[in-house]
Design a protein. Structure first.
Length: 331
């Protein structure tokens, strides 16, 4: 005799099941892709290349405004902001669908761009009108401004969101702005022609790259004491490792990256990359450094564990990626 066992049918409540499936679908579509994304501005053909950091493949090319330079990106908002220096505008990209949602016109020429840690405020450096704009990301028409030094370029926000640091290229100093009042509280003299800025994750060390001095100014954000470290020819941008022990500086006319030991305050390694490297950012999830090469139309990938070049990714014409261009996956 054959015995047939009936398996009881398991029923799930419909509403919780739908919610679970929706969350799973969204996860697959975007936020569960490990490693995050890099948004590379390409000044030569007015596009942004999107690189999936899990595969190091370009997965999208997005048309933006004229001569895109600066990048600020937020996984929390699902938005990436691009400053278009010749187009005199900000492009707002939907990071889930890789398309431009809005083109915000500005009166001046935006270069540096940065987001507050809570993603509620977008800061823009207008180097033609020598001012900083603070824009409400919920309503970009809500703007505050402050005049700073000559030709503000790189900008970065403190981890607590209370201070904004600005590299004034033609004033040879770094301005510290109180973000609540939008007032300058301090100006710190650095080297000649400061451009890119970097900040340790604890906010204690600020780094300003001095293009004409071939150096980096290391600034204690509490005491404002400045130490100077020599690097390669015509340095441009800087990024900081997760633990703050290393900084990485692009040297545009040396076609390499200087790796600096912060404690020793000296260069410990030089990594050859592509031609005329400009933007640089640290991938904290995978411990890699990404470098945008303007002349080669590529992005170089450096393994931070051994400071070796491990991959080169083809992008579009004149890649700059000025700013914090890596969007880490939201959790």
């Amino acid at each position: 005799m054959i015995h047939i066992t009936t398996i009881p049918q398991i029923r799930f409540p419909l509403k919780p099941l739908l919610i679970l499936l929706a969350a799973f679908s969204a996860c697959i579509a975007w936020s569960c892709q490990a490693g995050g994304f890099a948004y590379i501005s390409n000044q030569g053909n007015n596009t942004v290349s999107v690189i999936d950091l899990a595969s190091n493949q370009v997965i999208a090319s997005i048309e933006v405004g004229k001569a895109p330079v600066g990048v600020a990106t937020s996984a929390t908002l699902g938005r990436t902001y691009i400053s278009n220096v010749d187009g005199q505008s900000i492009s707002v990209i939907d990071s889930q669908h890789y398309k431009v949602l809005q083109e915000l016109p500005l009166h001046g020429s935006p270069v540096g761009i940065a987001l507050s840690p809570d993603s509620k405020t977008l800061f823009v450096a207008d180097w033609f009108e020598d001012k900083i704009l603070a824009l409400d990301t919920a309503d970009l028409t809500q703007q505050r401004t402050v005049n700073v030094g000559k030709a503000p370029a790189g900008i970065i926000v403190s981890p607590d969101g209370k201070q904004l640091y600005v590299a004034n290229r033609d004033s040879n100093d770094v301005a510290i702005i109180d973000t609540a009042s939008m007032q300058i509280v301090k100006r710190i003299a650095v080297g000649e022609h400061p451009f890119g800025l970097g900040l340790s994750r604890d906010g204690k060390q600020l780094y300003a790259v001095n293009v004409y001095s071939n150096s980096v100014s290391m600034i204690d954000t509490q005491t404002h004491q400045v130490n100077t470290i020599k690097v390669g020819e015509h340095p441009y941008c800087v990024t900081v490792s997760t633990d703050g022990s290393r900084i990485y500086v692009t040297n545009t006319q040396s076609d390499n990256v200087s790796v600096i030991d912060v404690a020793q305050q000296k260069v410990i390694s030089i990594v050859p990359v592509g031609g005329y490297p400009e933007g640089i950012s640290f991938d904290h999830a995978n411990q890699r450094v990404y470098v945008a090469n303007w002349f080669d139309n590529t992005v170089s990938v450096i393994d931070a564990s051994n400071n070796k070049l491990v991959q080169t990714i083809a992008t579009d014409k004149q890649s700059r990626a000025f700013g914090q261009f890596i969007q880490e996956t939201a959790h």
